[in-house]
Design a protein around this ligand. Sequence first.
Ligand code: SF4
Length: 446
Amino acid sequence: MLIKQGALAEDRWVHRSDDEALPDGTPAIVSLDRWKRDRATLVARNAPVGVRLKSDQQPMEIAADLDRVGVVALEFPVFKDGRVFSYARILRDRYGYKGELRAFGHILRDQYLFLDRCGVDAIEVRGEKALDEWQAAMNEFSVFYQPASDARRRPAVALRGTAADDVAVPAAEVTALSPSRPDFDDLAPVMVPPPADAPPAPSAERIAAAEARVRNFSGTYGHLSAQKLLAAMIETEFKGRIALVSSFGSEAAVLLHMIAEIDRSTPIILLDTQKLFGETLRYRDVLVERLGLTGVRAARPDAERLRKLDPDGMLFSRQPDLCCQIRKVEPLHRALDGFDAWITGRKRYQGRRRAVLPVIEASEGRIKVNPLASWTKELLDEYFVEHDLPHHPLEEDGFLSIGCMPCTDRVAPGEDVRAGRWRGKGKTECGIHESPAQQSLTSSAL
Ligand code: SF4
């Protein structure tokens, strides 16, 4: 099956290896080696022929024969091998290839739109599940990660740190891409009142009680291992009233595994900002299945708040604090309603404000437990190996701390592990771990 021009399409071509006979009357795709070896026979057959290029075979090797092949199939050996994007452009722009360009192999569905922009007009999809995923992916993303020369849309990397006016694209493109895109002058409110359904602020008594409890807990549980501390909190102190807030990012599997060992039905909240990487959502699905987690739920932004405050989905480029407020902080407050305690995956080695992170703390009348506060990167790596846990697919590509797609960048060797978060914006935290008083100090939007 193919994805072609944004829709599923029947594939009438078949791939054949170097030794297989070609089916009579059926269009067939063969390797470049076979094409070179049997060119005359292949051209004379009674059906069209296509050629398969491996990622280490240059387009120039087929350039002289392009008017004789109906398909050039470009292989992705691994998703991060970007040569296919370049080859597609070379075939279209330099050699003027007009036939079908298709991609196959290890392709992420998030790459679909960029492939399209590079001139690839078909993608081979295998398996029913993959088909469903690809169908969902076609309208999933409004922001691109990779830059492109066609300038139809600016990629996330160019949007980071840009002022609103810099983001504007020519009027004709705006009309074509987003008919309802508002004027930026109508946006960027200076003062934003909390939503009408925001949970009430905790009473002074509740705040004092939580702080007293923390003092008590620190003496009783402060010396326990992460696993034992979690067991005490989940099974004894807050049974049914504690939740893990997980980003399903690069190190999340450690806490998720520990919690699954204690109680697989423990509530787990993912802040689905609707700006997450597709890889993160699929990684969540992998971990849920692998660990048997049954309590995972998504906390999403309020649709009305998005419509009013972020109608074009670009608030992150103008007011990231406000964007985090409506996409993370407010949904978390709603999701924690009914819980007395929550668990986070923060660690001291992540630096900055986290360098002095306590294991147990009070926050807005609730208890916040940070079982991995003292863990090092080496300990986390060992845990992954010991329990054979899958890694987030973006980690091997240089993403060490993974949040929303527009605000997450790769981290260079030797850089702070969170250096890729809100790079260049002077922002280091999203606000969910700050009290309202701290937020007012750090947020220029509120
Ligand atoms: S991390 Fe970026 S996109 Fe995500 S909520 Fe914050 S500002 Fe918005």
